[in-house]
Design a protein around this ligand. Structure first.
Ligand code: HEM
Length: 431
């Protein structure tokens, strides 16, 4: 893992309550979208939802006229609406200065940014590739990788939870599932890092973009030859099932297959790493719940759902309204308008959740951490299984895990939310 660059220092205990929250929805939104103010977000979400749950933004940080949705019902309605699509033009935010660089060329073939009909076709094919055989090794791979990572730090009695566990775990697991050769893993991790940094247009600078383009070129050649190789010599891995998946005699195109491998790798690692990091932060902030999870492992599947609700790694996504969309309460999203779905705010909507800011492992409630509808996270089952297994191994191996020092460091990102540095410690056995 490379250096994340500057982040935002936050206290382990609780963020200070913001004083004097503005009554101006745009001022609140500006705070929410500012990468340098990544501390306490939820009071701002609550205020924006109360002032204007469907807010036509005037913030320069969003495209003009973009509507920002913060209530559960609105976000859920639009996510499930057939009239709300991921605009292929959205990929243009990655076309820096109209250069049509390698990063943009790869992204525009990723399923998330395809025209609706192509998106639905590619999505069905990728589902087909997630065969039981291709994903069967997931649990054992997660256990093995988690144990190996903990072996490396166990005797130290301390680690950086992100650097030593949460970040390396998912990228190794998804790399193995795809079928990457062991000797390529380090190179792939370098590209994945640079690619992800270039993927946040709100924070990427010229150097980040240059490195993102180099990573995209590297990925392209690498997956092109590996996929060719799998066509000739099938293996028991996800790359093989991707090149074999067909519908009506038609499979993924070459560009689509390469972009899918990159998308699975990218969508499948930082999200999961952020969730593991957020989980630790929020369990430490709710010690009673952490103690229950330690003692009652059968709570794990429900606990993971509540942790996803409480602080989802993907805080917001954009959609384009192809037709006018009517919302409960009378608002109408005009045809052609962009819409920001704020999952992080929807998941704490007091109209849906009793005491939304309290983490209750047995809440058993629905949430929008994986979105809903046509773009519902295709990797949700993988992510759920991986997170449950990783937390189980962690609590088995180091039950006395606790925060070290007074603070941790939050990533300076807007669309995503997670920590970049989490110092933790534990008791060593008496010798
Ligand atoms: C905690 C972990 C994860 C979270 C919170 C998460 C969240 C999401 C969300 C919110 C979306 C919808 C994006 C949108 O609204 O535009 C999405 C889509 C997607 N996710 Fe995940 N994800 C996670 C893990 C994974 C994993 C492990 C994989 C694959 C191995 C994956 C693959 C994808 C793909 C391919 C899409 C695009 C789906 C489409 O375009 O139809 N995700 N994810």
């Amino acid at each position: 893992m490379k250096d994340w660059g500057p982040g935002i220092v936050r206290p382990w205990k609780a963020d200070p309550e913001p004083v004097d929250l503005s009554l101006d929805a745009d001022a609140i939104l500006d705070h929410i979208l500012d990468p340098d103010r990544r501390g306490s977000l939820h009071p701002f979400y609550h205020r924006l939802r109360a002032l204007a749950p469907c807010h036509p933004s005037r913030s320069p940080r969003l495209p003009r006229g973009c509507h920002v949705l913060t209530s559960y019902r609105h976000v859920d309605r639009v996510a499930r609406s057939a009239s709300a699509v991921n605009d292929p033009d959205t990929a243009r935010v990655f076309d820096h200065d109209g250069q049509q660089g390698a990063f943009y060329q790869l992204m525009r073939h990723a399923m998330l940014f395809l025209e609706k009909a192509d998106h639905d076709r590619v999505r069905r094919l990728v589902y087909k590739a997630f065969t039981p055989r291709a994903i069967a090794p997931l649990r054992a791979l997660t256990e093995q990788t988690a144990n190996a990572l903990l072996d490396a730090v166990a005797s130290a009695g301390r680690m950086d939870f992100v650097r030593d566990f949460a970040y390396p775990l998912p990228i190794r697991v998804i790399g193995r599932l795809l079928g990457l050769p062991d000797e390529a893993q380090a190179r792939v991790e370098e590209w994945a890092w640079d690619f992800a940094r270039a993927g946040d247009p709100m924070t990427a600078d010229a150097e980040t973009i240059r490195r993102g383009n180099l990573a995209a070129e590297g990925f392209y050649g690498f997956f092109e030859s590996l996929l060719d190789e799998r066509r000739r010599h099938p293996q028991a891995d996800l790359m093989t099932t991707l090149v074999q998946a067909e519908e009506d005699g038609r499979g993924l195109g070459r560009e689509e297959a390469i972009a899918t491998c990159v998308l699975l790798l990218q969508a499948g690692h930082e999200t999961t790493a952020d969730l593991l990091g957020n989980a630790i932060v929020n369990l430490f902030a709710h010690p009673h719940e952490l103690a229950r999870l330690r003692e009652q492992r059968e709570l794990m599947p429900m606990a993971v759902e509540e942790l996803l609700r409480f602080e989802p790694p993907v805080q917001l996504s954009m959609r384009l309204a192809r037709e006018p969309i009517a919302l409960e309460g009378g608002s109408i999203l005009p045809k052609g308008s962009l819409v920001a779905l704020v999952y992080g705010a929807a998941n704490r909507d007091p109209e849906i959740y009793d005491e939304p800011d309290v983490l209750r492992l047995e809440r058993g409630a629905q949430h929008l951490a994986f979105s809903a509808g046509a773009y519902y996270c295709i990797g949700n089952a993988l992510a759920r299984s991986e997170i449950q297994t990783a937390l189980r191994v962690l609590l088995d191996r180091i039950p006395t895990i606790r925060p070290e020092g007074d603070s941790f460091v939050q990533r300076r990102t807007v669309r995503m939310r997670g920590p970049q540095q989490l110092p933790v410690a534990w008791d060593l056995p008496q010798s």
